[in-house]
Design a protein around this ligand. Structure first.
Ligand SMILES: [Zn+2]
Length: 113
């Protein structure tokens, strides 16, 4: 499962951060997940529980911020929300393949002590 590898990476970053901050526990992780990132939030949550087991992040809270996908229309010079990689502008019906947001997969914040 793709999500397990991603979660291992995110949890390792959080544990590194905790270690460098002199903290012994990770309490909360916040991920920014774009609608077009290709990961399933439920699978991330499942992977999170598995990956954290036996680490200082066990029992931590996982927060997932969903980032909607947004396309750019060069004709209207404006952004519009979309659901795919190639989309039609709702105003001028020009086809846009310029995805501006929605592919994010970042560790936004970590809470440790
Ligand atoms: Zn347009």
């Amino acid at each position: 499962m793709h999500e397990v590898g991603l979660m291992q990476e995110a949890v390792r970053m959080a544990l590194d951060y905790a270690a460098s901050a002199g903290a012994s526990r990770v309490h909360r992780l916040r991920l920014r997940v774009g609608a077009m990132s290709g990961v399933v939030p439920d699978a991330l949550r499942f992977a999170f529980d598995v990956v954290c087991r036996g680490t200082p992040a066990e029992g931590a809270v996982l927060e997932i911020d969903r980032v909607p996908a947004v396309c750019w229309c060069s004709k209207c010079q404006s952004e519009f929300e979309c659901e795919d990689f190639i989309n039609e502008c709702p105003k001028c019906h020009e086809i846009s393949s310029e995805l501006r947001r929605g592919t994010e997969l970042d560790l936004a914040s970590v809470e440790v002590s």
